[in-house]
Design a protein around this ligand. Structure first.
Ligand code: GLN
Length: 245
């Protein structure tokens, strides 16, 4: 049994050390004796859409995001659609999340996105949306709270009928107005929650590992519980920071 992870643009899209999420996934697999393969895919590279169970893209500065957007559309669009249709797990954070949509506004310029999710990101004259954030999500008929940190100038709006990842408990979420956060479509998740999203929300990491292993042909895997005292403390601390807003 192994999890095949594809990391898109690890050099450009790693603001707030978003790649820590990958380390966390690796450790949780290794601790359980599950194999873990990491493939890096950068600007100009192509990938096999059937060869990966979990595709990850982190957040980025505006400048990096522009270069990445051009490459995504030119070199990776078809593969991303095929991977999504084939049920691969896709986790996209902040800048990466914005690029899943049709377009991303950068100052006066409109940058074309993948169009993989029904959303677009615009700017408004307000301040950046920064701070601790917590959201309520429902996964597998269970309601859970995901806690983290957000920092984005872009405001994301979902198309009617497009499902958010969750609803905002505290913080801003997609645009600071409609109370929605992120996007979810099958095994695709986009979210503004940055940095140690998975270490602070270990159950979400395990949920993604389970889906990815299933995609890789391992069937429904009952994941062995781990000693999550540190992770639970990290979750509580992120949640109390968000609740104190
Ligand atoms: N550049 C994007 C914005 O500000 C995303 C930033 C990020 O990934 N933190 O909206």
């Amino acid at each position: 049994m192994r999890l095949r992870l594809l990391s898109l643009y690890p050099d450009q899209m790693n603001i707030y050390a978003d790649r820590g999420n990958l380390t966390f996934l690796r450790k949780r697999c290794e601790w359980r004796g599950i194999g873990f393969e990491l493939t890096r895919c950068g600007i100009g590279d192509r990938f096999d859409p059937e060869a990966h169970d979990l595709i990850y893209i982190g957040g980025g500065q505006d400048r990096d995001q522009k270069a990445v957007a051009e490459d995504l559309v030119r070199n990776k669009r078809d593969q991303m659609f095929l991977a999504h249709e084939g049920g691969a797990v896709i986790l996209a954070v902040c800048g990466g999340y914005q690029l899943l949509g049709r377009s991303y506004q950068l100052e006066d310029e409109q940058i074309e996105g993948l169009g993989l999710a029904g959303l677009e990101t615009v700017r408004d004259p307000g301040p950046r949306l920064i701070g601790p954030v917590s959201i309520t999500v429902e996964i597998d008929d269970t309601e859970r709270v995901v806690a983290g940190f957000e920092n984005h100038g872009g405001r994301t709006w979902l198309d009617p009928g497009c499902r958010p990842l969750g609803t905002v408990r505290s913080g801003y979420g997609n645009n600071g107005k409609d109370g929605l956060e992120g996007v979810r479509d099958g095994n695709l998740i986009g979210t503004y929650l940055h940095g140690p999203l998975l270490p602070k929300n270990a159950w979400l990491a395990d949920h993604l590992i389970g889906l990815a292993l299933e995609h890789g042909g391992s069937g429904r895997v009952e994941l062995e519980p781990l000693d999550d005292r540190l992770e639970s403390a990290a979750h509580r601390s992120a949640l109390s920071a968000a609740d104190a807003r």
